[in-house]
Design a protein around this ligand. Structure first.
Ligand code: C2E
Ligand code: MG
Ligand code: MG
Length: 765
């Protein structure tokens, strides 16, 4: 009898081992697999230890082995609890339970260990079965055994509680899984209780370990609830956003979810659904195709929805036709997002017309068709920055929107347009459709809302007649913009055309700019001086004029580079250099005892924007300890009147400091009597340029004479520049001119020549 029981126990341990091996790598989640393996290993060891304890040869050994068995039993119960917690997923964080369990286990562990000495938990003694075979069994349960029982039953109740809770939460289809485990566990508990209550010879509940292991293995690894697949599929289909309609082999609808019914606008009426399916078969699907798709539109709740309908036949493994299904995918949201993104990528956010990238792309496609001649037309608003500054950005934006409207008015399938940047718009238009008059007329109304007595909007138009279709559209636009540059000073709506010279000019300008850095650092800029002579014939001083002594081209006159440097702002560095050169020269003359001789320097309009002219000038005269009266500052009328509010006080400050202020080139531009009224300068420098050529019956002379008189009356000294003939000198002297500068006396020359030939000389007129 005892032998049979022991064999059964070892068989139980072996079957547990089998469960262990079978489960390897088969559980759905690795952590569940881990917990399962811990459970079966501890179960196998518990059963094995029990069997071993029974067959021990001495009472002491049996005592120790039974203690080990009780400890393993505790561990096994805990493994069961933790496995259940993981398996059911009831509690994710096991830290607290783990700590409490370890405490409980620790106590039982100590009690079992000291039991050897105290015998307070259990005592064992040898018994004999019917055949007289001896074995050891727990014969007495001491007072502390109740702790062991309490701990184990607490754990098992906890495990049953976990299972019960999981059953209450699970859908019906899964309940069976947990109920099966509960039944086996309860069987085990009942068996164990009977063993304790009736003080049976053997603990038959241990046999349940094999059953429990198989049951757990089955439910955690093998079992799939019956019909689960089908039910899962049904619910998946029901919960899908896409509409699904399944038809059987006879074309009968076997399943249609809510979105599908909504699409067919028949929540209730299946006949409409059938009607829709029939229509698809008659209009869209040919019988011999296995799958197909098409787009469709529906108005639902006043809004148009866009759908993609997919049709597919279903075949079994042997290619036998089983039925078919339709997927109705609502693409409205996707399309709206796509359209919004496409709009953002191709449109300018402010004006709503096409952006630069889209314009380049579509214009290129048009031009590449090569079926007609195209023009690239670019627009530019004169002084747009000023409009933003004076009227505010919102007004600027309004103007841009108006421009966009005009530009888009030209749009057609043969003409594309877009906004490049800021106030620059571009069109790619067939040559036959381009008309200067129409463009000028359309743009003439732009900005009328901000026009007043002093301000008018001017739109400049640049045209590139495409002669090289291989160029990128961006280069074509650059060419049209280059044409605009030639009319940038014009105060009208004007059209300018690109030609090759413009490009060459632009390139040579580019070269000049790129050579500046090297030129200034290697001393290629030189200060030349043109003498100024008093009416009495004395050299009073001279004007410092820059010359670029280029290593390749020789002497380059200022007309070739001053304008370019003014555009790029490089003029500031050049002027600073020239002013310092003049100061160095004056210092040298001062040191030679020539205190009265002065030098005039030119101040460009740009210098006032980019430099602190007052600070630089005063620092320079301090640095070279000069009398500021030796440094004459030439400023053009335009430079002053461009920004009179800041310029006039600056000029007053410079004069107060002691500089001599000269109005340069008076008479060469649009001179205004207002300038003379507002501007208190020391010298009026009149350009003889306007006297050259036709004298218009002496009218020029009269004007010149009057200007000189006017300047004198305003207490200004008069210098006339550009004096070329003796006759001019005579006339100017008679009119009261104080000082002369011109080729009649001398051309601008090197400083050394000026010092050598003129500085100490007195000229006879
Ligand atoms: P500007 O300041 O009015 O200088 C006078 C220009 O008239 C000089 O031309 C001079 O050579 C020229 N000139 C003098 N007498 C006669 C004459 O009898 N007949 C003719 N036809 N021309 C005469 P330049 O040196 O070519 O300078 C041209 C302009 O370049 C200057 O006009 C000035 O505006 C600018 N410039 C020259 N050097 C500098 C400089 O260092 N800085 C700045 N910002 N501008 C400069
Ligand atoms: Mg000058
Ligand atoms: Mg001048």
């Amino acid at each position: 009898m005892i032998l049979l029981f022991i064999i059964v126990l070892y068989a139980v341990a072996a079957s547990i081992l089998f469960c262990f091996i079978y489960s390897l790598g088969k559980t759905a989640h690795e952590s569940i697999g881990r917990y399962f393996r811990r459970l079966v290993v501890s179960g196998g060891l518990t059963v094995g230890t029990y069997a071993t304890a029974m067959v021990m040869n001495t009472g002491q050994k049996a005592m120790i082995t039974y203690s080990l068995y009780y400890i393993l039993l505790d561990i096994n119960m805990l493994c069961l609890l933790f496995f259940m917690l993981r398996f059911t997923g009831i509690k994710k964080d096991l830290t607290i339970i783990r700590r409490i369990s370890l405490c409980g286990l620790g106590i039982d562990f100590i009690l079992d260990i000291i039991n050897f000495f105290t015998g307070l938990v259990f005592k064992c003694s040898q018994c004999f079965d019917n055949h007289g075979t001896g074995f050891f069994r727990v014969s007495e349960r001491g007072i502390l055994y109740s702790y062991h029982i309490f701990f184990n039953y607490l754990v098992i109740i906890g495990t049953l509680g976990v299972l019960a809770r999981k059953i209450s939460m699970s859908p019906n289809i899964y309940k069976m899984k947990y109920a099966g485990i509960i039944i086996v566990l309860l069987g085990m508990v009942v068996c164990n209780s009977l063993y304790l209550k009736l003080n049976l010879m053997f603990d038959y509940s241990l046999i349940h370990y094999a059953v429990l292991s198989f049951v757990l293995l089955y439910f955690s690894v093998i079992y799939v609830p019956r019909g689960l697949m089908e039910r899962l599929l049904v619910f998946t289909v029901a919960n899908m956003k896409d509409g699904i309609i399944c038809l059987d082999v006879d074309g009968r609808c076997v399943n249609a979810n809510k979105p599908a019914r909504e699409y067919c606008t028949s929540e209730l009426d299946d006949s409409i659904l059938d009607l829709q399916i029939k229509r698809w078969f008659s209009e869209k699907i040919s019988p011999d195709v296995n799958d197909d798709s098409w787009e469709s539109e529906r108005r639902i709740d006043g809004m148009t929805h866009f759908y993609l309908i997919e049709y597919r036949k279903i075949f079994d493994d042997r290619r036998k036709y089983l039925g078919c299904f339709f997927i109705i995918h609502d693409r409205t949201e996707e399309l709206m997002k796509y359209n919004a993104e496409k709009y953002r990528a191709t449109h300018d956010m402010l004006t709503g017309i096409f952006n630069k990238e889209y314009f380049y792309e579509t214009a290129k496609a048009l031009i590449d068709k090569k079926n007609e001649q195209y023009y690239i037309v670019c627009t530019d608003v004169k002084n747009f920055k000023l409009i933003n500054d004076v009227f505010g950005v919102e007004t600027g934006d309004r103007l841009l929107k108006q421009l966009a409207q005009v530009v888009s008015g030209f749009g057609s399938d043969r003409c594309v347009y877009g906004r490049l940047t800021g106030d620059k718009f571009a069109l790619c238009i067939p040559a036959v459709k381009f008309s200067e008059e129409i463009f000028l007329e359309k743009f003439s109304g732009v900005g009328s809302f901000l026009e007043n007595a002093v301000f008018k909007t001017h739109v400049h138009i640049g045209v590139y007649e495409i002669d090289d279709t291989d160029l990128s559209v961006s280069v074509m636009c650059d060419r049209a913009s280059l044409a605009i540059k030639t009319i940038k000073d014009s105060y009208e709506n004007v059209v300018a055309y690109y030609d090759k010279h413009l490009r060459e000019k632009a390139m040579s300008e580019q070269r000049v700019v790129s050579e500046f850095e090297e030129a200034i650092s290697t001393g290629q800029f030189h200060a030349y001086v043109q003498p100024q002579i008093s009416a009495e014939g004395y050299i009073t001083g001279g004007e410092a004029l820059v010359r670029w002594i280029h290593p390749e081209y020789g002497i380059v006159p200022p007309s070739k580079f001053i304008g370019i440097f003014e555009q790029t702002g490089l003029i500031c560095r050049l002027d600073h250099f020239m002013w310092e050169q003049a100061c160095i020269q004056l210092r040298k003359w001062n040191d030679q005892g020539l205190q009265d001789c002065y030098l005039s320097v030119n101040i460009s309009q740009k210098d006032f924007y980019l430099l602190d002219v007052y600070d630089i000038m005063t620092s320079l005269v301090k640095k070279y300890t000069l009398n500021p009266r030796c440094l004459h500052l030439e400023i053009t009328e335009t430079a002053i009147m461009d920004n009179p509010y800041t310029q006039l006080p600056l000029i007053s400050r410079l004069r107060e400091f002691g500089f001599v202020l000269e109005i340069d080139d008076f008479g060469s531009g649009y001179s205004s009597l207002n300038t003379l009224k507002d501007l208190k300068a020391d010298v009026l420098k009149i350009d003889m340029g306007f006297l050259r050529g036709n004298d218009h019956g002496g009218r020029s002379k009269t004007i010149l004479h009057t200007i000189i008189k006017l300047a004198k009356a305003l207490n200004m000294e008069v210098i006339t520049e550009g004096v070329e003939t003796k006759e001019q000198v005579r006339f100017l002297t008679k009119s009261g001119c104080d000082i002369f500068q011109g080729y009649y006396f001398a051309k601008p020359m090197k400083l050394s020549d000026f010092e050598e030939n003129y500085l100490h000389a007195q000229l006879l007129m």
